[in-house]
Design a protein. Structure first.
Length: 317
């Protein structure tokens, strides 16, 4: 019986936390469970969720990608500017290619220097700064006008029926694809092996360099897709719109059970982590908590989640 409770606790603890937050906020606020607020919640979590998919694959492989927030910003700005020059569809394709290219550069640099998790953190943090500067150059510091395409804007702000945002469908579809890739393909299994022990993975004949680069390319593509959703949702773009997204994604990953040491976690639990952070942020907003205090709360959640992850890793070792 004790083992059964322990298993339930380990597998479903975060789901219980999510349900607890839903119940608590529904009691505290009459606004929380309204259809409009739930739609806003889904739209908010879809952007961070899409970013977290790619970042999660990188973390499972044993490294970090801290450039995802700024890459999302830069890709969003580039996409809107390109639409005026080449049209909507070519602009979207070019935006995705830009995201993939930045991911490739990150992966190539990290593999070239044979970097560990700490090295990857610093390399991609440097890329974050570069991409922030590019976004400022592209916008001149001014907000960009929304896309003239109703179809493009609908990806971020449209709904199917009256309650189901298109953006959350995009997030769900991408999550299912990522879950299948990570659980059912050779690439996914090799990424888990790399995250668990890269030296042993190399000795087993796994091409860690190739898989590392592919992981970062996937992360870059996810950031570019999130940019498309985001610019459609906010009807435009600014050079600061993705500020802090990388930390929101990392928090969601750790809360969702993806270990920062690599090799542990899955996409389904990642979704729960994304929803927990989204519900927390949404709840603080509707309760009128100031932005500064919200940053404190999110920072504390990240610290606690990392401490729990470290303790679990030590216990398993």
């Amino acid at each position: 019986m004790k083992n059964i409770f322990k298993t339930i606790k380990e597998k479903y603890m975060m789901l219980f936390v999510l349900l607890g937050l839903f119940i608590l906020l529904s009691v505290i606020s009459d606004v929380f469970l309204t259809s409009q607020n739930i739609m806003n919640l889904f739209r908010q979590v879809s952007v961070i969720g899409i970013i977290s998919i790619g970042a999660g694959i990188v973390v499972i492989g044993g490294t970090f990608d801290m450039s995802v927030g700024s890459l999302c910003t830069m890709c969003g700005c580039a996409c809107l500017l390109l639409q005026d020059k080449v049209g909507v569809l070519p602009a979207v394709i070019l935006t995705i290619l830009i995201g993939a290219a930045v991911g490739f550069i990150n992966g190539y640099i990290i593999t070239a220097i044979k970097g560990n998790s700490g090295d990857s953190f610093m390399v991609t943090f440097g890329m974050l700064t570069v991409l922030q500067a590019i976004a400022l150059l592209l916008t001149g510091g001014y907000p960009l006008n929304p896309s003239k395409s109703e179809v493009y804007n609908a990806i971020g702000s449209g709904t199917i029926g009256t309650l189901l945002p298109i953006s959350i469908i995009v997030f769900i579809v991408l999550t299912v694809i990522a879950a299948v890739v990570m659980q059912k393909t050779i690439f996914g299994k090799e990424v888990y092996y790399m995250g668990s022990n890269e030296v042993v993975a190399k000795l087993a004949g796994i091409n860690t360099k190739r898989n590392r680069i592919i992981s970062y390319v996937i992360s870059g593509v996810c950031a570019s897709l999130a940019a498309i959703v985001l610019t459609g949702r906010i009807n435009g773009a600014t050079a600061k719109m993705g500020h802090g997204f990388e930390f929101d994604a990392m928090t969601a990953l750790v809360v969702g059970g993806i270990s920062l040491s690599g090799g542990i976690g899955n996409m389904i639990n990642m979704v729960i982590g994304v929803l927990i952070m989204g519900v927390l942020s949404n709840g603080l907003n509707i309760m009128g908590v100031q932005a500064e205090s919200q940053y404190v709360a999110r920072g504390l959640v990240l610290i606690i989640a990392v401490l729990v992850d470290v303790l679990k890793s030590r216990k398993s070792n």
